[in-house]
Design a protein around this ligand. Sequence first.
Ligand SMILES: [Zn+2]
Length: 147
Amino acid sequence: MARDQEQHWPELEPIRTGLRGRCPRCGEGALFDGFLALRHECDHYGLNFAFADPADGPAFFVICFGCIPSVVFTLMLQIHFDPPYWVHLVTSLPFLLVTCIAPLRPLKGWLVCSQYFYKAEEGRLARPVAPLAAGPVAAVAAGTPER
Ligand SMILES: [Zn+2]
């Protein structure tokens, strides 16, 4: 395991590394430790995954693009054919599971790799620089004429 900080890393597209669950920097190490749990660091070159926080992003995309179509399918099946419940067990339930659980891991990998690729992090408030903040406004307030 080489931990060379001076090594040049190629820019890997997040869609390629993320969908395969690979490290966003080297593209070789595993990103996940289990189904959805992230590893602490890359097992090949040691990139720390502490930056990764996709939050509810994968669930949001699954709800939008997986849950809604499967619920619409289930409702249309029920409305048009009024099948017995076992039909839903063999059609609607597997469809719901496939469209909602299967995409979670690739979506989470894609979001984590996108965070690394685009250097996304939490926003910070910029504090005003002291000389600019106390400039003309402070002079007018003190009664000093502007020039
Ligand atoms: Zn790596």
